[in-house]
Design a binder for this molecule. Structure first.
Ligand code: PLP
Length: 430
């Protein structure tokens, strides 16, 4: 495959941008080789600067649920830009999208728009701290909640890919206020809570993890956490930046029937534009300025173009339940195909999946937490990644990522992915 234009761009980029990229995982360090530079995308395909075509499994890390360049969203954006790009003032669409979010995600009574998932999680814990008057938070090893200081402790996604789950630059004071527990380990959480009675403001987690690869909550885990938070007056936060509006109309919380106190959202609510949001119980959200004393603001928050894209996307999802039927079906077909190939090749690798999210782990162990995710054969995954890329399949360039399907994938695409997977596995295991 010719990727010479991408290679030249990457070479040049490294002179001007740290590592040549604006977000670390894009540099392909975890899988080796040179990243492909994307020029355009439509439906289920992305195209690189050398005009290679790939079937999309990243989908901008989640938001392109309807595939790329959906006509309704394109139209909404092009209509919106006729009225300028930013006002820094309230607009009608912000009210409409807030109302829609509260309808689709019933645990959210009030919601505040921000510009990224990172802002959403940072703001959510600030409100939780203000509301409870406590300082400490609990997070889980391998969960990623963006690059806010408090979360770069045992973090997943790019942070673990680059071997810096605990980043330099985070002060000891901040790090001391973040307690970590192994995912799916209720006893460990209970011990942390007992040892820090009255000091824990919030417990935050990905209700389904996307950032150590796809990892599901064990039976009773989310219920157990809800109970502990209720007993201890801890604000229970679901980070649904990846799962929101994807695992169901109401996100993971609807799927598992658990109501968090606060929810953080991102990506998806902008239909691909830079957006995030946090929301939840009115009694907590009423602490946010200007109603309450917890300060949080943003010049570009609720940006009119992003709101136009997001509102159109969410309205579509709200009115088309068949989107979720299709995503489930596509997920099932793909995972069944992968499972058959793995068996056929005499392998015992683990596939974790739910709805339209999945990860094939290069390990024989069940993957239920961060240590089991890390038991994967990472060099082999790197080879597999490139074998898939060579066959025109564009995957997340790390073992510690989930793939995301879109409704633009038809049966033919899914068959091509299954075939490419089998051929790639054969190639790398020799
Ligand atoms: N939370 C989760 C669960 C995420 O997956 C991410 C990003 O991938 C974030 C927060 C941070 O979002 P952003 O990259 O928009 O800052």
């Amino acid at each position: 495959m010719n990727i010479s234009t991408s290679q030249a761009l990457f070479e040049k980029a490294q002179h001007f941008i740290p590592g040549g990229v604006n977000s670390p995982v894009r540099a392909f360090r975890a899988v080796g080789g040179s990243p492909v530079f994307i020029k355009s995308a439509k439906g289920p395909y992305v195209y690189d600067e050398d005009d290679n075509e790939y079937i999309e499994l990243i989908n901008s890390w989640g938001p392109m649920i309807l595939g790329h360049g959906h006509e309704l969203i394109q139209k909404a954006v092009s209509d919106a830009i006729q009225h300028s790009f930013s006002f820094g003032a309230p607009t009608r669409r912000e009210v409409e999208i807030a109302e829609l979010i509260t309808t689709m995600v019933p645990s959210i009574e009030k919601v505040r728009m921000v510009n990224s998932g990172t802002e959403a999680t940072m703001s959510a814990i600030r409100v939780a701290r203000g509301f409870t008057g406590r300082d400490k938070i609990i997070k889980f090893e391998g969960c990623y909640h963006g690059h806010g200081d408090s979360f770069l402790i045992a973090a997943g996604s790019g942070a673990v890919t680059f071997g810096t789950p605990d980043s330099p630059g985070v002060t000891k004071g901040v790090a001391n206020d973040t307690l970590t527990a192994p995912y799916n380990d209720l006893d460990a959480v209970q011990k942390l809570v007992d040892a820090n009675k009255g000091h824990i403001a919030a417990l935050i987690l990905e209700p389904v993890v996307g950032n150590m690869g796809c990892v599901l909550p064990a039976e009773g885990f989310l219920e157990g956490l809800r109970k502990i938070c209720d007993e201890e007056g801890i604000v229970f936060i679901f980070d649904e930046v990846m799962t929101g509006f994807r695992l169901s109309k109401g996100g993971a919380q609807e799927r598992f029937g658990i109501k968090p106190d606060l929810t953080t959202l991102g990506k998806i609510i902008g239909g691909g534009m830079p957006v995030g949001a946090y929301g939840g119980k009115a009694e907590i959200m009423n602490w946010v300025s200007p109603l309450g004393p917890v300060y949080q603001a943003g010049t570009l928050s609720g940006n009119p173009i992003a709101m136009a894209a997001g509102l159109t996307m969410l309205n579509y999802l709200n009115e088309h339940p068949e989107v979720y039927t299709q995503l489930e079906l596509s997920g099932h077909k793909l995972v069944n195909g992968f499972t058959n190939s793995i068996k056929k090749l005499g392998l015992n690798y683990t596939i974790n999946s739910i709805g339209s999210m999945y990860t094939l782990f290069f390990t024989d162990q069940a993957v239920t937490d961060f240590p089991s995710a890390k038991s994967s054969n990472l060099p082999l995954f790197g080879k597999y990644f490139h074998a898939m890329l060579d066959r025109g399949i564009y995957m997340g360039p790390s073992q510690f990522e989930s793939m995301f399907l879109s409704t633009a994938l038809e049966d033919g695409h899914i068959e091509r992915i299954i075939e490419a997977n089998e051929e790639s596995l054969k190639e790398v295991i020799g």
